[in-house]
Design a protein around this ligand. Structure first.
Ligand SMILES: C[C@](O)(C(=O)O)[C@H](CC(=O)O)C(=O)O
Length: 310
C-alpha cells in the first residue's frame, strides 16, 4: 500500500452502468450550487442534474436567456461534480457555446472535470428556457454538426461522458420554418444515428405525447424533463419508468423551494424586524449540511489541532 487508495471514480462510468439496465430510470433532482447539491446528496439521490436556469439565476441573478457563458457553466458543473465524485452529475450545456470547436471544448472540459453527462440543444445562441414561447432553432445541419463535434470530442478524450441530444423543435422552429413534433422526432432520430448516448425531447405536451415519443425513439435512452408549471404535465418517476423514460430530471425543484422560502423569510424580517419563528438549524447545523464534521475529522486524522476543541 502506498497510501494512495482513493481511486478516481468516473461519474460517467457510473451513469453508463445505471443506464445499462433497461428496466431502471435514473432520477436526477435539479441543483445549482453547493448547498442544493449537498441537500440532494444527503437524501441519497444517486444522480444530480445541474440546471442551467438555476446556474444563470444563482450565479448571475439573471433569467435563463443564454447569458451564462461556458466558463460560468463549466465552473459550476465542476464544483458540483467534485462534492461527491461517486454520484454522477448530468449538466446543462445549452447550445455548446459556439461552433463545433466550442462544443468540443465544452465536452472535453466537462469530462475532465468529472461531469458524467451533458445535454446540447438546437436553439440559437440567444436561447431561452425550453418552456417559454417563441424559441428559434438552428438548422438541422448546424445542430447535427454540434452533435458530431460532441461525439468526436467524447471519443477522442476517452472520458466516456454521456452525450444527450436535446431538441426544442416541438415548440420552436428554424429559419426555414421547420418545427413541431415530427421535426423533433426527425432531429432526435438523426441524433441517435450520429452516435449520441441519450435523447431529450423538450416540451412534450401530454402523457399521450410522452408515449409517442418513447414509441418513435426506440434506439437509445430518452430523458424526461419535469418542470412544474412548464409545458409538460407532471408525472411521477414511477409513471415515467412505466412509460419507458430512462432519465427524469427535475430542474426547478430546488429553485421553487428556495425562492419561496427565502422570499418569505425576508418579508418577515421586513415586517417584524426579526427572522421567522420557525426552529433554526444554527451555524453548526448549517455547516454540517456542507461537510463540517467530515472536514474536522480529516484535519484531526492528520494530526491537526485547529478544530479539536470546537
Ligand atoms: C432544463 C433547463 O434547460 C434548465 O436550465 O434546467 C430548463 C428548465 C427551466 O428553465 O425550467 C429548460 O427546460 O429549458
Amino acid at each position: 500500500m502506498n497510501g494512495h487508495s482513493e481511486q478516481p471514480v468516473s461519474g460517467a462510468r457510473r451513469l453508463r452502468e445505471m443506464l445499462a439496465d433497461p428496466s431502471k430510470t435514473v432520477v436526477a433532482p435539479g441543483v445549482y450550487d453547493g448547498i442544493t447539491a449537498r441537500l440532494a446528496l444527503a437524501q441519497g439521490f444517486d444522480c444530480l442534474y445541474m440546471t442551467g436556469a438555476g446556474t444563470s439565476m444563482s450565479r448571475l441573478g439573471m433569467a435563463d436567456l443564454g447569458l451564462t457563458t461556458f466558463t460560468d457553466m463549466h465552473t459550476n458543473a465542476a464544483m458540483i461534480a467534485s462534492i461527491d465524485p461517486s454520484v454522477p452529475v448530468i449538466a446543462d450545456a445549452d447550445t455548446g457555446y459556439g461552433g463545433p470547436i466550442n462544443v468540443a471544448n465544452t465536452v472535453r472540459a466537462y469530462g475532465r472535470s468529472g461531469v458524467a453527462g451533458l445535454h446540447i440543444e438546437d436553439q440559437i445562441q440567444e436561447k431561452r428556457c425550453g418552456h417559454l414561447s417563441g424559441k428559434q432553432l438552428v438548422s438541422r445541419e448546424v445542430y447535427y454538426n454540434r452533435l458530431r463535434a460532441a461525439c468526436k470530442a467524447r471519443d477522442e478524450s476517452g472520458s466516456g461522458i454521456v452525450i444527450i441530444a436535446r431538441t426544442d423543435a416541438a415548440a420552436g422552429k428554424d429559419a426555414e420554418g421547420n418545427g413541431g413534433f415530427d421535426e423533433a422526432v426527425e432531429r432526435l432520430t438523426k441524433a441517435a444515428d450520429i452516435g449520441v448516448d441519450a435523447l431529450f425531447f423538450e416540451a412534450i405536451q401530454s402523457e399521450d405525447q410522452c408515449k409517442e415519443v418513447i414509441a418513435r425513439l426506440p434506439k437509445i435512452p430518452v430523458l424526461l424533463n419535469m418542470v412544474d408549471g412548464g409545458r409538460t404535465p407532471i408525472i411521477s418517476n414511477e409513471r415515467a419508468n412505466e412509460i419507458g423514460f430512462r432519465i427524469v430530471i427535475w430542474p426547478t425543484i430546488a429553485l421553487e423551494a428556495v425562492m419561496a422560502a427565502v422570499g418569505k423569510a425576508f418579508q418577515t424580517m421586513k415586517k417584524t424586524g426579526k427572522t421567522p419563528e420557525e426552529p433554526k438549524m444554527g451555524p453548526a447545523g448549517l455547516f454540517e449540511v456542507c461537510g463540517l464534521k467530515e472536514l474536522m475529522a480529516f484535519d484531526e486524522a492528520v494530526g491537526g489541532k485547529a478544530y479539536s476543541n470546537s
